[in-house]
Design a protein around this ligand. Sequence first.
Ligand code: ADP
Ligand code: ZN
Length: 203
Amino acid sequence: MDIVTGTIGWIEVICGPMFSGKSEELIRRLRRAGIARKRVQVFKPEIDARYSADHIVSHGDLRMKSEVVKDASGILDRMDWRTEVVGVDEANFMGEGLIDVAARLADSGKQVIIAGLDTDFMGRPFPPIPDLLALAESITKMLAICMQCGNPAKHTQRIAGSEDLIVVGAAGLYEARCRRCFEPGIPKQEVMEFVRTRREAKT
Ligand code: ADP
Ligand code: ZN
């Protein structure tokens, strides 16, 4: 839902698993703001330089120019205070500081649109998104398609890699899964495969 009225600030959050269309939806809203001749600034965290250093990029290859910041405090450092609409992609990598930064920007009259993963690869709430959901005026929860069964998917399944919380999106590392098909962590079969290939690589 787009909020259509007013000159006061607010926070919109777009959440859901990987591949659910969060970046597409963020880009759609930011483009509309551009059409309305609003001043727009877009930020993404440094950690997500995988596809492009200076654009946010969707899995369907929609692009929009963005500024890269180390964490949420970088947004304030780079803020042009004439900006009316602030977009943030991959907000789950921005750190807890984003909660205060988003509130401050909204309090100062800006429309803040935040996209990020609401759960991690274990299915746990992924900070700072849960707090942002509580503070937001508008919440959109996106669903992907489960790669196992085709049902609506709310989970991000890690299908290879390590147990670290953050392993940024090399292709083939993640897929969307529904509640029934989701296996927290790394599926057993894949762990075996991963360990085996690592052993082979060492010898
Ligand atoms: P997110 O930002 O949530 O990761 P994106 O906006 O980058 O999502 O990508 C969404 C696009 O990804 C879809 O429009 C579709 O073209 C593609 N896609 C690939 N795999 C899936 C999937 N399992 N479910 C839905 N869309 C998918
Ligand atoms: Zn499924």
